[in-house]
Design a protein around this ligand. Structure first.
Ligand SMILES: Cc1cc2nc3c(=O)[nH]c(=O)nc-3n(C[C@H](O)[C@H](O)[C@H](O)COP(=O)(O)O)c2cc1C
Length: 194
């Protein structure tokens, strides 16, 4: 596919509708190789990736369900079942971790943006290989205990979980923002009066 066409046709497929096949080892390496080419001020590589595939997805889900039950004593069986499959819906899930840390020159904000863009490159590379993807966060991206369960080190955070697989539903796009609504062309008159 032409590169611009690729960018213009990408759309998410929600994780519930991402079935097999997922990327094999070679394809996953291609996707991750695209991700590490992300713009990176200071060349800090302020990110890393945690891959959930095969049985590890259910094992992580068991650990998350146990954590959810401990935090929510009134959790229903349905909620616990949802936690068990949280990372097991798509064949492959990549946890994108920001390792942003104080740096004398590079703001942590920029390091975080680099991690987010690595996730975006993953989504695009998956699309280029004919897969569909869904970038998801949810409580596990914000809960420190869930982070520990999923392998975060102190100071790290998830920018999301990129679910990758094959769409089981017809792709239907959503309306996209009109450029007229989001683009302006700066004029000197836009400058605040002194
Ligand atoms: C940082 C971030 C977190 C997101 N978290 C979720 C999420 O937890 N659940 C969800 O359904 N979509 C989430 N999304 C949105 C989807 O990835 C996706 O963009 C959305 O379904 C719209 O589809 P589109 O990519 O085709 O525009 C998130 C997107 C971003 C950038």
């Amino acid at each position: 596919m032409d590169a611009l066409e690729l960018l213009k046709t990408r759309r998410s497929i929600v994780s519930e509708f991402l079935g097999p096949p997922g990327p094999d080892a070679t394809q996953l390496a291609e996707i991750l190789t695209a991700a590490v080419r992300v713009p990176d001020h200071g060349k800090l590589a302020p990110w890393r990736f945690i891959v959930f595939q095969g049985e590890a997805r259910e094992q992580a889900g068991e650990a998350l369900a146990a954590l959810f039950a401990a935090k929510n004593p009134d959790a229903t069986e349905k909620q616990l079942a949802d936690e068990r499959i949280r990372l097991a819906k798509a064949p492959v899930v990549v946890g994108v971790v920001s390792t942003a840390a104080p740096h004398p020159k590079i703001p942590e904000f920029e390091q975080l943006l680099s991690a987010a863009n690595a996730a975006m490159l993953m989504v695009l590379a998956a699309h280029a290989l004919g897969f569909a993807a869904h970038w998801v966060t949810g409580w596990i991206a914000y809960d420190a205990d869930a982070g520990r369960v999923l392998g975060l080190k102190p100071g790290e955070r998830f920018v999301g979980f990129v679910h990758i697989g094959t769409s089981t539903v017809p792709a239907v796009d959503r309306p996209r923002p009109s450029l007229d609504d989001v683009v302006t062309y700066w004029q000197p008159r836009d400058k605040p009066a002194d």
